[in-house]
Design a protein around this ligand. Structure first.
Ligand SMILES: Cc1cc2nc3c(=O)[nH]c(=O)nc-3n(C[C@H](O)[C@H](O)[C@H](O)COP(=O)(O)OP(=O)(O)OC[C@H]3O[C@@H](n4cnc5c(N)ncnc54)[C@H](O)[C@@H]3O)c2cc1C
Length: 431
């Protein structure tokens, strides 16, 4: 075991999914020294789309063209929801700061406005989201205009079928057609994977050969759609080269997880936190956390110990193992914090799995005070400098509301604001 000297930080963030990454970025942008502990969580499975709030109330599955109008309705009717506790200007600032950190790391998003957008998926269905990667934007406009569009796929790519999309959508989009080609250099390979094609397209020669195969197929197309293969870390460059090479807008279609957009998002977030000077420990797990009045001592897997003045818990739900369930009920895994949950296991699920109201177990989680500090059994903050963010929070069902990234990014912003305020207050008191 390597003995490392015990280091001190303003903030330790536990969990490096969307919420933990966002918290580390916002903390570093405010000048706080920060250590981020844990792996990428659900990010590898992400579609690249950043949902804010698309559906409310979930019982009616009501879609909203504007996430901010949806948030206002949420605040009126479900004030306990974590997103209802954050004001709209803060949410705007959080998203702007998040996508600008991604842009600095080479991953561009379409300009954020007041609207949700409809994005075509690889199943031929539509997904409503707020933050749309720039490589997917031309598809939003093409879908709205039902423009003459050529969808492409590649022989051997099992995870994406342009023909399937056309057969699902063709009645509503008569000028949508599809073509399949061999990917240059992979002609003899029976099965190809999007991540391999994406990496291959970062080489200018492969791009040129691919474009040469595409040009004769364009016909009357005004826009070209293809699976998300336009580069891994260099999607900006590859997308621009495709648009220039074809002389048309080109868009990617998000495919089933785990897929290239998730790899890109994870890579860009890792680059963003590194560029901002955040210390990372991964793959790594926090084993134990003890705290005195003013500092926490964290024991990491591998024997390292660090100290932090504040701690943000972003350990996720059941898949991230922030929450675990057994016969006794749902537990918070790290600190055994009280979990708000149904009174008995019988109440976890509705009889009908597809019940539009969703399942009570999906709304179980940590309750916090107004400053995002999780509560102990007596209803007081468990520790004055401990905060909880993201999907571990109670009173939300991010999947049904389609607010996964919004919940993570906005709660991270709100909690880091509290951390920063507390640091300022401590500094003033020490003068
Ligand atoms: C399949 C899938 C598709 C999705 N698609 C979308 C989408 O299209 N749009 C959208 O907006 N959102 C989407 N999301 C949601 C989004 O990506 C996030 O999962 C969600 O916002 C919750 O993030 P989180 O950080 O709270 O939790 P997680 O992503 O679960 O991250 C928690 C992390 O904490 C770590 N952890 C737990 N305990 C410890 C410990 N003791 N020490 C160190 N680390 C620990 C876990 O390993 C994990 O990495 C999707 C999620 C999934 C799973």
């Amino acid at each position: 075991m390597i003995e490392r000297p015990e280091k001190s930080y303003d903030l330790a963030v536990i969990g490096a999914g969307m919420a933990g990454m966002a918290a580390a970025i916002f903390a570093a942008q405010r000048g706080l020294s920060c250590i981020l502990i844990g792996n990428g969580g659900g990010l590898l499975l992400a579609s690249g789309l950043l949902d804010l709030l698309a559906v409310h109330p979930v019982t009616q599955a009501r879609p909203w063209p504007s996430p901010y109008a949806a948030l206002a309705a949420l605040a009126r009717t479900q004030p306990e929801h974590p997103l209802a506790r954050i004001d709209a200007p803060s949410i705007r600032m959080a998203f702007e700061a998040f996508v600008s950190a991604l842009a600095d790391a080479g991953l561009d998003y379409a300009p954020l406005d007041e609207h949700n957008r409809s994005v075509l998926t690889s199943l031929g269905t539509l997904k409503t989201s707020f933050g749309v990667p720039l490589t997917m934007l031309a598809g939003v406009d093409a879908l709205l205009a039902r423009a003459p569009c050529l969808l492409l796929d590649f022989r051997g790519l099992r995870e994406f079928s342009a023909r399937q999309i056309v057969s699902t959508l063709g009645d509503h989009w008569p000028q949508l057609r599809h073509q399949r080609i061999d990917f240059p250099g992979f002609e003899a390979v029976p099965e190809v994977f999007a991540a391999h094609l994406a990496r291959a397209l970062e080489a200018p020669q492969t791009r040129a050969r691919t474009l040469a195969r595409l040009r004769p197929l364009l016909g009357d197309a005004h826009v070209v759609g293809l699976p998300a293969i336009l580069g891994l870390g260099r999607s900006r460059e590859v997308h621009a080269a495709f648009e220039a090479g074809l002389g048309l807008p080109v868009f990617e279609i998000p495919s089933l997880p785990s897929a290239v957009p998730g790899l890109r998002l994870l890579g860009a977030l890792e680059a963003a936190v590194a560029a901002l000077g955040v210390q990372r420990r991964h793959p790594c797990c926090l084993r134990a956390l003890k705290h005195s009045d003013s500092t926490a001592l964290l024991d990491l897997a591998g024997g390292e110990r660090v100290r932090a003045k504040s701690v943000v818990l972003a350990t996720g739900r059941f898949s991230g193992r922030g929450l675990t369930a057994d016969r006794q009920g749902v537990r918070e895994s790290l600190l055994d914090l009280p979990v708000q949950q149904p009174a008995s296991r019988d109440l976890w699920h509705q009889r009908d799995f597809l019940d539009p109201a969703g399942h009570a177990i999906n709304r179980a989680g940590l309750r916090t005070d107004a400053a995002w500090r999780p509560l102990d059994a007596s209803g007081k903050p468990a520790w004055p400098n401990l905060y909880a963010i993201g999907s571990i929070l109670a009173d939300q069902d991010w999947m049904r509301s389609q607010c996964g990234s919004g919940l993570s990014i906005a709660s991270a912003w709100a909690a880091i604001e509290q951390v920063a305020q507390q640091r300022c207050a401590t500094a003033v008191n020490q003068r």
